[in-house]
Design a binder for this molecule. Sequence first.
Ligand code: SF4
Length: 259
Amino acid sequence: MSNKEIVTRKSLIYKTAVEYGDYTLNHVVGCSHGCKYPCYAYMMAKRFKKIDSYEDWTTPHLVDNTFELLSKELPKYKEKIHTLHLCFSTDPYMYGYNEICKCSTRIIEKANVFGIKCSVLTKGILPVELAKMPKQNEYGITVITLDENFRKEMEPGAAPINERIEALRALSELGCYTWVSIEPYPTPNIHEQDLQQILNRISFVNKIIFGRLHYNKLVSQYRNHQEFFNRCAKQVIAFCENNHIDYHIKTGTLIEAEK
Ligand code: SF4
C-alpha cells in the first residue's frame, strides 16, 4: 500500500441507497481488485475527480481517522442501524492487503460491541477468525463465474474463485450465516457459462443475491438480453426455493415480475 498520501474523512457511516443495504461505510479509498465489468465505485470516483486514473484507483489508501470517527459514530447510530455493510465502494478484505483486512475485522468487532450486526461482501478471502465473532453477522463473497481465466480478465486483482468459495464454506461449516452475490452476471456474448454449475457449487450458503451486468455496451448487443436475464433470475429463484436458500433478485434483472 502506498504511503504517499494521508487520507482523512469528516464522517464514515452513512445510510446507503443500494437496494439491499441499510447503513454502510468505506474505510478505504480505491480498490486493488480493479474490476473491469466496469466497477461503479471506480466510475463515480473518476467522475467526481476523487481519483485521476485506474492506477490511482488500484492503489488503495486506508482512511487514517477511521477509528476516531467510529468511536463517535457507532454510539450515535447504534439505535438506527439494522445492518452495517462493509463495503459498497471498496472491498473490506482486499486480496493480499493484510492491513486493510485487519482493519475491517477490527471495525466489525467494534460495531458488534455496540450490538450492531455487520454484513460483509468481498472478492477477497474471508478470514476464518470471523467465525469467533457474534453469529448475527453475515459474510458474503461475489461469484460471477467459476472460470478462473474469465475471473482474471474481469477481477484482475481479486482472489481466485476457489479460494474465495472455500473460505466462505469454512465459515458456513463453523455456523456462520453466509451469502453469495452473483452480480454483475454477464451475457453469453461476454462469457458463455452454465449458471447451474455456479449455483450447485455454492449450494451451502444461506442467501443468494442475483443481478445483471449494467454499464457494459456488450450486454445491449446481445439479442434478447432481457429474456436471458429473466431466464437466469427464474433459475436462481427455483434453485433457492428448492434448496431453502434466501434470495434477492436485483431491480432491473427480472423485468417480467415487475410489470
Ligand atoms: S471489488 Fe468492488 S470496489 Fe473493488 S474494484 Fe471490484 S467492484 Fe470495484
